[in-house]
Design a protein. Sequence first.
Length: 491
Amino acid sequence: MGLIWVVKLGYQQEKIERIFPTPPDFTLYSRWLLRSARALQNPQSIGLALTSWSKVGEFYTELLERLENPEIDGKGLKEQTEGGLVVDGVGKIGYDIEGMSESWKMGYFQALMGAAETAEKLEGWMYDEKLDAAAPAEYVVGPSNPNPKPKPASIKHMLNEEDSRPAYESPEVFYMKILTTKGFQTNQRLDAALAYADWLDFKGWNETADDMYRWAMDIAASGLPVDPSAVVDMKTGILKDVGNKHVTENILRATTALGVHKVRRGDLAPALSIFLSVLRARRNLPEAPISHENQIPPQDESPLSELFEILSSYVVPPPYPYATLTGNERPLRSASEACDEAGLMVYIGEIIFASSSQENGLSWTRDAVDLAEISLLRLDGTDNGPRSYGMKYSNDDEKCHDCLRTGLDNWKKMVKKLVVQAEQEELDCISTAKDGWFSSRSKQVKEKQMQRRRWEAEEMIIEDRSKRIQKFIGDPLLAGLAPNTTMMLFS
């Protein structure tokens, strides 16, 4: 029985390794920690429904201790200054990792980004050292909280404030470590800056978020082959048409994120200008050459084939790391880039619908859904790995799925709002028709009825289309919308 259990465990771990590959130059235990933490962050990939963030936090804490220990997995790691520089509220600045292998750097980055996300989820949680348990602060009894909330069934014991400390470090600690580490690629540092800025936005710390978005712009601009002022207005984030031939993926990402930030602050006009300039730049990108070299052939997903593939991976492990770019290259126009265009059109549609013309905003959103669906169908299975080290999307399909879901959701909300408005206008017209001339008022009532029926018909079209699309993008109630993909201005 023991041997069967070991074989089963090895089989499961090898399956997870194929989904979340780990650096071959990590020790076996460190590889297990990274693999397990990432799998728990994506519970649906291993048949779970929820993420145990406290367990994920334990994995990342132990993993980072091992990676930063020269006696274990950190051989070759260097302090940037003797003894390491410590910043108040942040801790030690990052290391010098230029001498480490590319696979080690990627694994270290994944660990830091994973720990940062975990820190966001565990913010406000407390860890009781005597009970060895963690829970949100509202369930911890003590002088500052004498009347805690009744504990849910998932919490076995009531935590005591006297025995408790914050369950995890602040997200700032991990984001700043990436930003101050010497040796990460430009797009890695940009990923950290944008994720940190997004968290600051969520917290409502607007001024600090402003500074971080500016830092992100500086990081992206540092990789331009020309003077940044020839490509983008660094103050407004608006791309210049004359500099389109020099735009990079990093610049496009940074300016788009700045536009979303401005929308959250209510600066719709500047945000719209940014999105339109980015959309123009993306549409002017050179076409990607047609190539079938990296076409992924249809896979046999039978249990026997899967077992053979896993056994083969013991002999010839899958390559690591994936081929990656720095983000300082000019992107090419492809099906994947068209998904990015569709995302921009969703943003533009929201802003126009909320601020000026509902029908124009609706038109932008319809076109965005069409483009996202076509782009998803055009994805040919080619996968050279993530173009960025960011952890938001694991592949192009996932990105297009989220864009399509968001566009459909926005389209549905917009039309629902128009139906409600049309119903009210029809009722108002019927009410006033009693007091006016029959012929003129009757004509107006019919016009209002036609308007209502138009939007009700479009509602039915959206419903039918959603059902058809769900067959290949999954259930949005289970998958959820991508974070910060939509601003919901018209809700």
